[in-house]
Write a protein that binds this ligand. Structure first.
Ligand code: ATP
Length: 484
């Protein structure tokens, strides 16, 4: 629900996870900065993905390609011609909309009013018109359904037109008039992998099937971008392109669909929070595609896409660059008894947004708890992150600022800070310090008190249960390491 969503956004800002970009200048639309704890959370998520996709697969390697690429890349990939969304402007309100978002919102509204059937008809009509690129038809559909009309029921729309989502800039110190100096900020990381396909295959001596993975920034000039870090103009992707023998794409597509769902369930998120959504209208490069959707507080929405991209990208790069992008497969084809030989590999891609994963982990972790007893009212906000994603793993808290307790706490800090992120704090009451750690999702707090001086023990307090127990100081590191 929307209240929960708004509460999470406020919490992220108040506790140093995510700030609007350039906030002192009133922000920049759909651009966000990760603060001290958000950046740790995001890094932990990226590390986890890298570990499970690269480190745990002998046949997958990583790269880190540049954001700027030769402009012909985007001609070959189809992005110059096809990477656009139909949009429409309302002349009365001066607001711009993505046509599909506008119609989907109306369909949602109809469904909420109990008009299930009308809602479905509307969506079907939209799909047909979109697939046929029938812009006049889309405009008529919007008008006939009185979408976003004023009280007098009149609408004043512009024509529907295509809007390319790529950002461009000029390269080098040359006049901006010339089209050929135009360069794009990459709208996806995948192309950096395709253009390096042979470099990696040859130098890494990779044998098909194999994958190339990458984590990096991507940029899209999204038309409607009002959903926090769900739809940003600058965001990060974690992508893996898996190169395969032509004809095996169906099998690998199913394989990666299953693998990626397993990864999601491995985050500790229950299965009913996920669903697959198969694409009916396929992107210009795909022969099969689906999304993994997560049940965000704003409803089921895409976090990851799995696409069978055929040889579309490599074939086009070969054509535009005039460089052979082929692979020699010396495995024996059982049908002919001869090697499979030269071919342009097919590709199955898994592409997940870092920021949408952050939003998913945050939505899953955020909990407002009423802890009131008969004596007093009490509550807390706790982020129940899996320990491996928590920005801080261990808070070390001397009960008082004297009697040698800070010194003991400092030795614990020194023992642990080389192994995982720790946080030392001596201000405020212990209760307040615990609540602050709950609010940023720290799974363990240890409190050093006077007894610690006598018997080398501390109190460890667990975030989720709030239970406390006495443990020896020299066991702290081991307990935390085991949990993460
Ligand atoms: P959508 O339909 O939501 O615009 P998409 O289908 O265009 O997304 P892909 O091109 O498949 O997205 O990109 C792969 C992943 O990159 C998405 O699943 C999503 O997690 C992430 N992503 C795409 N666009 C954005 C964005 N504007 N902001 C944040 N993440 C994004």
């Amino acid at each position: 629900d929307n209240n929960r969503f708004q509460a999470i956004i406020s919490h992220c800002k108040e506790y140093g996870f995510i700030f609007p970009s350039s906030e002192i200048y009133d922000g920049l639309g759909a651009v966000y900065d990760y603060g001290q704890w958000g950046s740790e959370l995001k890094k932990n998520i990226k590390d986890h993905w890298w570990k499970s996709m690269v480190q745990m697969h002998e046949n997958i390697v990583g790269i880190d390609a540049a954001i700027f690429m030769h402009p012909t890349t985007w001609k070959a990939s189809g992005h110059v011609d096809n990477f656009s969304d139909p949009m429409i402007d309302n002349k009365d309100s001066n607001k711009r909309y993505r046509v599909d978002h506008l119609i989907e919102a109306k369909a949602d509204e109809l469904e909420k009013e109990g008009q299930q059937e009308q809602s479905e008809i509307l969506l079907k009509e939209m799909d047909t018109l979109l697939a046929a690129n029938d812009f006049d038809g889309l405009k008529t559909l919007i008008e006939n359904n009185k979408i976003n009309c004023s009280v007098s029921n009149t609408c004043n729309w512009t024509d529907v037109r295509q809007f390319n989502l790529m950002f461009s800039t000029e390269f080098g110190a040359v006049s901006s008039e010339e089209e050929e100096n135009k360069i794009y900020l990459r709208p996806e990381t995948a192309q950096g992998i395709f253009v390096n396909f042979l470099n990696v295959q040859k130098t890494g001596r990779m044998k098909i099937p194999f994958g190339i993975a990458q984590i990096g920034k991507a940029f899209r000039n999204e038309i409607v971008a009002r959903q926090f870090i769900f739809r940003m103009r600058e965001f990060e992707q974690m992508e893996m392109q898996f190169f395969i023998r032509p004809g095996t794409q169906k099998q690998w597509y199913e394989h990666w669909k299953a693998e990626r769902m397993k990864w999601h369930l491995g985050l500790g998120i229950p299965a009913e929070k996920y669903r697959f959504h198969d694409h009916v209208k396929l992107a210009h490069y795909a022969d099969a595609a689906c999304d993994i959707e997560y049940d965000f507080p704003i409803g089921f929405k895409e976090v990851e896409g799995i696409h069978s991209r055929t040889d579309f990208d490599l074939k086009n790069h070969q054509e535009y660059s005039k460089k052979k992008l082929q692979y020699f497969d010396n495995d024996i084809d059982p049908a002919t008894g001869k090697p499979f030989g030269n071919y342009i590999p097919y590709v199955v891609e898994t592409s997940i947004g870092v920021d949408r994963t952050v939003m998913m982990i945050l939505s899953e972790a955020y909990e407002e708890q009423d802890l009131s007893t008969d004596e007093k009212k009490d509550s807390r906000v706790v982020l129940k992150f899996p320990a491996r994603f928590a920005p801080i793993k261990l808070a070390i808290l001397p009960l008082v600022k004297k009697d040698g307790l800070p010194e003991i706490a400092r030795t614990i800090m020194e023992d642990c800070m080389g192994h995982f992120r720790c946080f030392y704090e001596e201000k405020d009451t212990i209760g307040k310090r615990y609540r602050r750690m709950d609010a940023i999702g720290t799974p363990f707090c240890v409190t050093v008190d006077h007894q610690s001086k006598e018997d080398n023990t501390v109190t460890i307090r667990y975030r989720d249960t709030m239970l406390q127990e006495r443990i020896p100081i020299d066991k702290i590191r081991e307990i935390v390491l085991k949990a993460i």
